[in-house]
Each structure stands twice: as structure tokens, then as C-alpha cells.
Design a protein around this ligand. Structure first.
Ligand code: ADP
Ligand code: MG
Length: 213
């Protein structure tokens, strides 16, 4: 298995109620899995644990045969080679659209970098917005930039929290199809949270339901 959560339990600091208890999830390399569940059931928390933004109270998380979190060890988020699209987008406000997308690929030559950013700008239909700042964009446009930024470095694992919730139906359809092709071509494993049946049908191989404790 590419990703394994074994008996993962978690509660937020300063609270005494477990959000997740003995959660087990296994995902194969290249699989695209959707996560559904009621609001507040812990879907975003699962992604945050996999990304390393939260530490499990017990249990273990393994990515690509490497234990990234258990009783004895913890690998920080920046060392996990994970792409993440947050529910609130989390773009860098002082960076343009182009610089936001290029952020994770500053190590590759400028020519290749610009080419890749331009391809992603086409994917999200935003070539003419590349010099704008996030505050000059609508919510849906910001969300599209967040998706492009996460895809840019070819992550092993892509985590997306309701990535299409603010995007118009037609563009969403196009993006889902193209993202699926990109992920399949590179055998990127992807886990995304959604409330939308058509996201599940168009993009995911399988669905996991999170139930509140
Ligand atoms: P979902 O994404 O499924 O809507 P979340 O994972 O965001 O749910 O939240 C799961 C539960 O954890 C909710 O009850 C929420 O109120 C609580 N929670 C989320 N973030 C925090 C936090 N930083 N501190 C305390 N409780 C939190
Ligand atoms: Mg959430």
C-alpha cells in the first residue's frame, strides 16, 4: 500500500473529545480516492494528519513505505512531498498568480518553470490573470490557483479539501477530467474531500466515508 493509516486517533489540543478514533485507511499508489462525510465529521482533520499538520494521539501513518508518524517518529510536512489544496486556499497574498504556482518549483530552470506554469494556467483557464494578486481574484479563481500550485511540483501524493466547491460547473468538468489525466499519467495518488456527487463520479476510483465519533 502507498498510504496506510493504522488505528489513528486524534483530538485537538485543549479539547477532550476525540475527532477520530482508531481510523484505518489504505490507499494504493495512483489511486484517486474521495472522502465524504457530514460537516464536522473530521474530513479536513484526516487530510491535516496525512500532511503532517497535526500529530496523531495514537496509531501510525505510513507513506511510500516510510513511517511518517507513530509513537516514536514524526516527519514534518515539508519533508513529506505532498501537495495540498486547503479549504480556504491559503495562497500567498504578496505573490502574483504566476509566483504562487511557481512557488514549489523554484529549483528547476526558469524556462522549464515558465512552461510548466503556463500549462497549469491553461488548465485553470487563467493565463490572462498571471500577474494579478490573490486579492484581485474571485473566490473560485483563487481556488483554481490553489489547485495549480499544488499540482506544479508533481507531488507523490495530492490532498485536496473541497477543491472544486467554488468553481462553475463547466470549468469544473473540464478541470476534473484534465486533473485525472495528469494524476494517472504521473501515477500520483490523490485523496480529496467533496460534497459533490459529480466530483465522485468524474474523478474518484473509490469513496471513503468518515463518520463522526
Ligand atoms: P470536516 O472537515 O469534516 O467538516 P473538521 O475535520 O474540520 O471536519 O473538524 C472535525 C471536528 O474537529 C469538528 O468538530 C471541529 O469543530 C473540530 N475542530 C476542527 N479544527 C479544530 C481546532 N483547530 N481546534 C479544536 N477543534 C477543532
Ligand atoms: Mg472540512
Amino acid at each position: 500500500m502507498f498510504l496506510d493509516l493504522k488505528n489513528v486517533s486524534f483530538k485537538y489540543k485543549g479539547t477532550d473529545k476525540y475527532v477520530l478514533k482508531d481510523l484505518n485507511i489504505s490507499v494504493e499508489k495512483g489511486e484517486i480516492v474521495s472522502i465524504v462525510g457530514l460537516s464536522g465529521s473530521g474530513k479536513s482533520t484526516v487530510l491535516r494528519l496525512i500532511a503532517g499538520l497535526e500529530v496523531p494521539a495514537s496509531g501510525s501513518i505510513t507513506i511510500n513505505n516510510r513511517v511518517v508518524a507513530d509513537k516514536n517518529s514524526f516527519v514534518p510536512p515539508e519533508k513529506r512531498k505532498i501537495g495540498m489544496v486547503f479549504q480556504d486556499y491559503a495562497l500567498f497574498p504578496h505573490f502574483t498568480v504566476h509566483s504562487n504556482i511557481a512557488f514549489g518549483i523554484s529549483n528547476i530552470p526558469k524556462k522549464d518553470r515558465d512552461e510548466r506554469v503556463n500549462r497549469l494556467l491553461s488548465l485553470i483557464n487563467m493565463n490572462e490573470y498571471k500577474d494579478r494578486y490573490p486579492y484581485q481574484l474571485s473566490g473560485g479563481q483563487q481556488q483554481r490557483v490553489a489547485v495549480a500550485r499544488a499540482l506544479a511540483p508533481n507531488p507523490y501524493l495530492l490532498l485536496m479539501d473541497e477543491p472544486f466547491s467554488n468553481i462553475d460547473f463547466e470549468l469544473k468538468q473540464k478541470m476534473r477530467m484534465e486533473i485525472r489525466c495528469i494524476l494517472n499519467a504521473e501515477a500520483v495518488t490523490c485523496i480529496f474531500v467533496t460534497h459533490d456527487k459529480s466530483d465522485i463520479e468524474d474523478m474518484s476510483d473509490r469513496t471513503i466515508t468518515i463518520t463522526a465519533e
